[in-house]
Design a protein around this ligand. Structure first.
Ligand SMILES: Cc1ncc(COP(=O)(O)O)c(C=O)c1O
Length: 380
């Protein structure tokens, strides 16, 4: 992602909690959590221990054909934490994988081929999911000739009529939304909007998927943003914080929807060499336990309240939900992010004049206070 560090790279040597240390010994507060991954903080001890123990026993198994105890434990834990009846899981390695699995599932389940997604959406950049993004035209444009033209983008917060018109042809397999939009600028949905999408999607025979790769697992102050806002989808994409720093993602669905994959006839219709990688699964099971034991959703909510109050006192408008924070800085976002990096804070721009923060839930009040002081100084 284009950020301050791309021009003047900080070479990461070590990271723990909310801190990153570079090869020159400079210490930074990471208010991005390594792209939203380190919700528990960097290098959470129980995750590191579980991964090390697993690596000493079984590093790699055989994709879809031979499950191992680490994967079984993870799938059970994820099923327990998932909202509603989302009990069947397709594992992947990246967020793109999870969204790809949701799209393929919807195509199988409905026999249709089109997807409705939303303006500023970001769902990953692998070829299968690239046409779903509307965050940056430049990401899609060079590959346009390769991409299926089967996506209808609607305004974020679209009206019922707009959605009905997009669904009317009867060819939409999936409506895909981030319940809280992340890379597209940290936007919480308008009140009642997710319910409206839910109603119209099902009234038109399509499936609803929420991409909670960034907003799920406690980041917004509740386990699942969609559920907290009143809607459990048919398919749920999870990633980032799931592996506690190790690469793992998941697409969860109901038994009825996932039945569309049918029984295996010898060779899996959807798999990967590293599917359910044992070390990532062991790390993810420990990560879920640490999220639960540490009451991370409550901590995220509390941390968000603290910094939003502090920012408001100093005259900054904020948006988003929980620890998906957009901060309006009233000047160039990239230049602001660069100036903050010089002062020891890792941030990213979000739109022309704001910052987008996805910090660890373990940022201390003292670190927040120092950040807000630095922001005031930069914006003076
Ligand atoms: C909401 C959302 N979906 C999907 C992705 C893609 O995940 P990955 O980069 O792991 O493929 C991201 C990454 O930022 C994301 O924020």
């Amino acid at each position: 992602m284009l950020g301050a560090s791309e021009r003047d790279p900080v070479v990461w040597q070590e990271a723990v909690g909310a801190n990153v240390q570079d090869v020159d010994g400079n210490v930074f507060v990471d208010l991005i959590a390594g792209y939203g991954v380190a919700l528990l903080g960097h290098r959470p001890p129980s995750v590191v221990a579980a991964a090390a123990a697993q690596a000493n026993q079984l590093v790699h198994a055989m994709g879809d054909t031979s499950p191992d105890p680490a994967r079984i434990r993870l799938l059970e834990a994820l099923g327990e934490l998932a909202p509603g009846e989302l009990r069947v899981t397709l594992l992947g390695s990246s967020g793109s994988d999870a969204v790809d699995a949701a799209v393929k599932t919807a195509v199988l389940a409905t026999g249709r081929t089109h997807v409705v997604a939303f303006d500023r959406a970001y769902h990953g950049l692998a070829t299968g999911v690239l046409p779903l993004q509307a965050y940056k035209h430049a990401f899609t444009e060079p590959f346009a000739g390769l991409l299926a033209d089967r996506v209808r983008h609607l305004p974020w917060g679209c009206t019922r009529e707009e959605l009905r018109a997009a669904l009317a042809p009867g060819d939409v397999a999936l409506v895909l939304a981030e319940p809280v939009q992340g890379r597209g600028g940290m936007h919480a949905p308008p009140a009642g909007w997710l319910q409206m999408i839910d109603e119209e999607t099902h009234a038109h025979g399509a499936l609803l998927a929420f991409d909670e790769i960034q907003c799920g697992l406690g980041r917004t102050g509740e386990w699942w943003a969609g559920e907290a806002l009143g809607v459990v989808p048919d398919l749920l994409c999870v990633g980032k914080a799931l592996g506690g720093g190790f690469p793992l993602s998941a697409c969860l669905g109901t038994e009825a929807v996932m039945a569309a994959w049918g029984a295996s006839t010898g060779e899996a219709l959807h798999t990967q060499t590293f599917l359910g990688h044992p070390v990532s699964c062991a790390a993810a099971a420990a990560s879920l336990r640490a999220l639960v034991d540490g009451d991370i959703p409550a901590k995220a909510a509390q941390s968000s309240r603290f910094v939003r109050a502090l920012l408001a006192e100093r005259g900054f408008d904020t948006r988003g939900r929980g620890l998906m924070l957009g901060v309006e800085v009233g000047r160039d976002g990239l230049a602001t992010s660069e100036a903050l990096l010089q002062r020891g804070f890792i941030t990213l721009p979000a739109g022309a004049t704001s910052l987008g923060l996805t910090p660890p839930a373990v940022v201390t009040e003292a670190q927040w206070t120092a950040f807000v002081d630095a922001l005031v100084e930069v914006c003076a």
